[in-house]
Write a protein that binds this ligand. Structure first.
Ligand SMILES: C[S@@+](CC[C@H](N)C(=O)[O-])C[C@H]1O[C@@H](n2cnc3c(N)ncnc32)[C@H](O)[C@@H]1O
Length: 265
């Protein structure tokens, strides 16, 4: 099976055709959240139109189609995971219920829900709910002997011992504080607008990949977007496989991978 490769197309088809059963130790998936197209007509809005949190074609399903889609891709992932493999899924309040129900129906076990607190979350525009400032990463396992590199995760604990060593994880929980991607890390178009609405921070992938895999292990992302997962995996000397169906995002992820020096593989 080919590794260190990006596939351009529908992940369900590619997972079936190109990836061997029970061959992958770690999958990170950041699927469509199905939150697009819900317009907010705010009182006193002076911007000339309704406000959309997100309005992407690839993120728009009716409810039953979303359930069906979720079930199909998680089922394909279950087939390609090694018996001790891990699946990490990024989600929000919009789809966490569908993700967990589907994964559990397919026989995966939920090990953790990591809460990502976005320190620079969007302001509370509607003033009708608590400010949304969190996303989640659900960690599922297929069998019993999953990898968890406790010592590697300890280095993410911002609190150190008096002599500067990494502390135990009593004060570093299933909770991580990271800003939404900004600055040089964010891919932007000519007018300075973010190219991808949900580009994930590299440090989030760094934590997940170090925690759940070892050198040379394969890390696969079926919804690659701008290539964050494969980029971080390559830097950590893991093998990588990415799948993305959108032309523009696929090209960005290709360019991003070209920046990696092939001598490190
Ligand atoms: C939430 S975004 C992932 C963002 C990514 N984590 C990053 O850091 O850039 C989901 C991505 O999945 C892609 N996508 C949606 N449906 C897909 C499918 N069936 N097969 C492959 N890619 C798909 C979308 O084009 C989008 O780029």
């Amino acid at each position: 099976m080919k590794t260190n490769i990006l596939y351009h197309g529908d992940c369900i088809k590619i997972l079936r055709e190109k990836i061997f059963p029970e061959s992958i130790p770690v999958v990170y998936a950041d699927p469509p959240y199905n939150l697009s197209g819900k317009a907010l007509n705010l009182k006193n809005n002076t911007t000339g139109g309704p406000f959309y949190k997100m309005n992407e074609k690839w993120d728009t399903f009716n409810y039953n189609d979303y359930l069906d889609f979720t079930n199909k891709w998680i089922s394909e992932i279950k087939n390609i995971l090694l018996p001790n493999g891990s699946l990490f899924v990024s989600c929000t309040q919009h789809n966490i219920a569908e993700i967990i129900t589907s994964a559990k129906d397919l026989g995966l076990k939920l090990n953790n829900i990591i809460t990502w607190y976005k320190t620079n979350a969007m302001p509370n525009i509607t003033k009708r709910t608590f400010t949304h400032s969190t996303e989640y990463v659900c960690w599922f396992v297929k069998g019993k002997n999953w990898i968890f590199n406790y010592e590697a995760v300890k280095q993410f604990n911002p609190n150190k011992t008096k002599d500067g060593k990494n502390k135990q994880m009593r004060d570093f929980l299933d909770f991580i504080e990271i800003p939404i991607v900004q600055g040089k890390e964010r891919f932007r178009g000519e007018e300075g607008r973010a190219i991808h609405p949900t580009q994930k921070p590299e440090v989030l992938l760094d934590l997940i990949i170090r925690a759940s895999s070892n050198h040379d292990d394969i890390v696969l992302d079926p919804f690659l977007g701008t290539g964050t997962t494969t980029y971080v995996a390559a830097k950590l000397q893991r093998k990588w496989i990415g799948i993305e169906q959108n032309d523009e995002y696929f090209k960005i992820s290709q360019k991003r991978m070209e920046q990696i020096n092939p001598s490190i593989f």
